[in-house]
Design a protein around this ligand. Structure first.
Ligand code: HEC
Length: 417
């Protein structure tokens, strides 16, 4: 009795802490109802824009004997091939076709993600809609007269719940597998974002590039046992030809720097969608967003990398990916950009997400955006002294403040003075 009471009291004590963390409130939101009406609403995302161009004849997608519409779709969305990452766990839609011998490839840029499994019938596409969050489509890889992106609700069974912050969104997981790519049920499955320690990342994925120990390239219990003795045994791979026939894929490699970006970005997209959808529902119900203080803090902690997992050793990957990622950098007069990598002790040189420039950030409901921009300004100018943000050094605050002042459009006037 006494013991139970203590447990109960402890649970109560820990409540405020959990509530402060966004991940403590990742319950699915009712996004199919007013005011979002996810399924009924026509998306306004890069896929809808390309689909319109295909229909009007402005763009036609070339079909490739080996890869179907994949190369043409990547080019149409300007998704770099060097972003290829390979996953062999049977954790997604076309699981039958996925295995360590036939991994699924994922490619991405700032607002489109593409999945391709050699020999499987469908290409899978997720995109970012400024109001709806993640949007999901499939496209037949077979040759047809007019290739079509088909919006699919079956994707939401995995992409519309707890695994993506309770909103339609993107998923990344570390899934230890057996030799066939099936989940090893006795091992831990983890969601991955930029807070996940490197040592816990990438089970179920191939990874090329240099870093400290991680769980990539481990297939089956035998490899997991090797990992326990020698955590670096399978890390630092430069070539995957020993694992599977690479000619089935568009390019070689499964780049570690691309992983780092994807993991930051996918979760940031989910946060933006969560905050926006939550805010629009609050506005509809109460007419204000005053109940969202803890969500705003959690959002800003992620935006500003305060809980980023430190890098135990420097990371390096394919220079082609770094080049493609930084090609679209917006720079200030000192040449600085939020896309500049550090990769020595942390991901980026300047700790603020480059997704702050995106349409989905700007399209957040005005009242919540106003709160975020005010608090961000207070953090960067040192007025906000909350311990949650204490880790950000004065130097970093100033650099990010100066950078945003020069490069971010539509900031409120008080940012300029
Ligand atoms: C059975 C669960 C499941 C279903 C159903 C599913 N996915 Fe996924 N998806 C995943 C998981 C898990 C990942 C993470 C990578 C992995 O394990 O393959 C993922 C990752 C992705 C990615 C990479 C980026 C992102 O958004 O997470 C894309 C693109 C994607 N899925 C598209 C789709 C589309 C389109 C559909 C529907 C046509 C779909 N998926 C249905 C589980 C699923």
């Amino acid at each position: 009795m006494g013991k139970n009471y203590t447990v109960f009291a402890l649970a109560l004590l820990s409540l405020p802490l959990a509530a402060e963390d966004f991940q403590g409130s990742d319950h699915p939101l009712e996004y199919d109802q007013e005011p979002i009406k996810y399924s009924e609403t026509q998306p306004n995302d890069p896929v809808a824009a390309l689909q319109a161009k295909i229909l009007s004849g402005e763009v036609s997608l070339a079909w490739d004997e080996k890869f179907g519409y994949l190369p043409a779709v990547l080019d149409a969305f300007k998704v770099p091939r060097s972003s290829q990452m390979l996953v062999f766990s049977k954790s997604s839609l076309q699981r039958k076709n996925i295995s360590p011998d036939n991994p699924r490839a994922i490619f991405f840029n700032d607002d489109v993600y593409i999945g391709y499994v050699p020999g499987a019938p469908l290409m899978e596409i997720s995109a970012v809609d400024p109001v709806l969050g993640g949007t999901f489509y499939s496209m037949e890889l077979e040759k047809v007269r007019k290739p079509k992106f088909v919006r699919s609700s079956e994707c939401l069974s995995c992409h519309g719940g707890q695994r993506s912050l309770g909103v339609p969104g993107h998923i990344l997981r570390s899934v230890p597998t057996d030799e066939a790519g099936e989940l090893l049920t006795q091992e831990e499955v983890r969601d991955i974002n930029h807070c996940t320690p490197i040592a816990d990342r990438w089970a179920g994925w191939y990874v090329t590039g240099k870093s400290s120990a991680h769980r990539g390239n481990l297939i089956g219990e035998k490899d997991l046992a090797i990992y326990k003795d020698d955590p670096l045994a399978k890390a630092n791979a430069s070539d995957l030809s020993a694992y599977f026939d690479q000619s089935k894929h568009l390019t070689t490699g499964s780049d570690i720097v691309a992983f780092m970006v994807l993991e930051h970005q996918a979760h940031m997209h989910n946060y933006i969608a969560r905050l926006n959808i939550d805010a629009r529902q609050m506005l509809a119900a109460y007419g204000h967003v005053r109940y969202m203080r803890s969500q705003v803090n959690a959002f800003l902690r992620y935006l500003l990398f305060t809980e980023e997992a430190p890098l135990p050793s420097p990371i390096s990957g394919d220079p082609a990916y770094v080049q493609a990622f930084t090609a679209t950098a917006i720079r200030d007069s000192k040449g600085r950009s939020l896309r500049d990598f550090d990769l020595q002790t942390r991901m980026f040189k300047y700790p603020c997400s480059f997704l702050i420039y995106t349409q989905s950030f700007d399209a957040m409901a005005e009242p919540i955006k106003a709160v975020i921009l005010q608090k961000l300004f207070d953090i960067l100018t040192g007025k906000e002294t909350d311990a949650q943000f204490a880790k950000i050094t004065a130097e970093d605050r100033l650099a990010v403040l100066e950078l945003l002042r020069e490069t971010k459009k539509n900031l409120p006037d008080y940012w300029r003075n």
